[in-house]
Ligand binder design. Structure first.
Ligand code: SF4
Length: 374
């Protein structure tokens, strides 16, 4: 089975782990896609759901890994390929002077990405009528797996250790949306400035579009190399249903903000997350992606993962064929526009682990001119 197809299937169905302790700690709860585990298949490190309801019933399974973390993935008793699990990062064993474990301040995503949610609360998460129905930002906080507000000094300390001990190569800073009109731009800027003063590490910030486009230059100057402003869902009526609070910032404001941010950060350094499988038609996702690409924005389309404990925990993940029908033409569009995951300086687009998109991009690079993409 081609690698892109296998990753696509695993990300849609999830996988059953014969040994649930395989790999290091999984992402559970928190902002963005979660209930995943990082694994490397054919040189690509990807996040695959392991703690979701569909994963428990997945036809795919992974055998108990050997002492080097190597294992095999299979289906119906047939081995389909080799997988390996990234080792537990060394910085997880450290703690701040006041006793906070570093892993509560930032965590390793994929293989070499340091990720943090600077502010673990969100104005959108405080009432059932406003919360994004897929989001679990409060769950890891309630479970004591993180701290509410990571200070700039804590982030700088952990980032330096993660670079020195584990060779992380870029950092993602996301945030719940605080009260106020900057929608998190200010805390991202002060956090990035502190990290950059401690260690040379490319950083992506992720927030809603701030009210004032002047924030883009301030964030860039503070040390952010790339910026994500995440649409999540593209059809306005569906946005209102799935994200009653966040959709108060309309799609058109996102597009204005993208147009203002790209000249500051550069083509391909501004991105957006689109969660496929929540009800947007594939045509709608591809049309929006085309518009984004024409502005120089990288559309990171990922399969929706139903996180346990959220209102959408029973919503089915997208079928692999649905993802294939989006990712294949999207990879070709990106290639034609000269936008590449590998050129993104930092963040989710560069990491790529939550989607098979970069695997499809690799396929588009290899076979363009030969008329097919794996
Ligand atoms: S794509 Fe983003 S959210 Fe997913 S593992 Fe990579 S850095 Fe984390």
């Amino acid at each position: 089975m081609p690698t892109a197809q296998l990753i696509n299937e695993l990300q849609s169905y999830g996988v059953r782990l014969v040994d649930p302790k395989a790999g290091h700690e999984s992402r559970r709860g928190g902002a963005g896609p979660s209930d995943h585990k990082a694994m490397t298949i054919d040189g690509m490190t990807v996040m695959v759901p392991v703690h979701t309801a569909p994963a428990f019933a997945s036809p795919y399974f992974i055998e108990k890994p050997d002492e080097l973390g190597r294992s095999r993935v299979g289906r119906d008793g047939v081995t389909l390929g080799e997988v390996s699990f990234p080792v537990r990062p060394r910085f997880y064993d450290l703690a701040t002077a006041d006793g906070i474990p570093y892993w509560k301040i930032a965590v390793l995503h994929s293989r070499d990405v340091l990720a943090t949610t600077v502010l673990q609360t969100c104005i959108r998460y405080q009432s059932r009528t406003k919360t994004c129905r897929f989001c679990a930002i409060g769950q890891s906080l309630a479970a004591g797996r993180t701290v509410e507000r990571k200070t700039p000094a804590q982030l700088a300390e952990v980032a330096k250790a993660a670079v020195e001990l584990d060779g992380v190569s870029h950092m993602v800073m996301t945030t719940g949306t605080p009260p106020g009109q900057d929608r998190g731009a200010s805390i991202l800027a002060e956090s990035a400035a502190a990290v950059k003063a401690a260690v040379a590490l490319p950083i992506q910030g992720q927030c809603e579009p701030p009210d004032d486009d002047g924030w883009f230059a301030r964030m860039k100057e503070a040390g952010l190399d790339a910026l994500g402003m995440h649409l999540e869902v593209v059809t306005p009526e569906l946005r209102a249903r799935i994200m009653p609070g966040k959709s108060q910032v309309p799609v058109e404001r996102y597009f204005e903000a993208f147009a203002a941010a790209v000249p500051v950060f550069g083509r391909g350094q501004v991105s957006t997350y689109i969660l496929a499988g929540l009800g947007d038609a594939k045509e709608a996702i591809l049309e929006t992606s085309e518009r984004l690409i024409s502005l120089g924005v990288y559309p990171f389309v990922v399969p929706f993962v139903p996180i346990s404990g959220t209102p959408l925990e029973s919503h089915p993940p997208p079928q692999p064929a649905f993802m294939h029908d989006i990712l294949r033409p999207l990879a070709l569009m990106l290639r034609a526009a000269g936008l590449r995951a590998t050129d993104v300086k930092a963040g989710c687009g560069k990491c790529g682990a939550c989607s098979a998109l970069s695997t499809y991009e690799r396929g588009a690079e290899e076979v363009v001119g030969h008329g097919a993409v794996a």
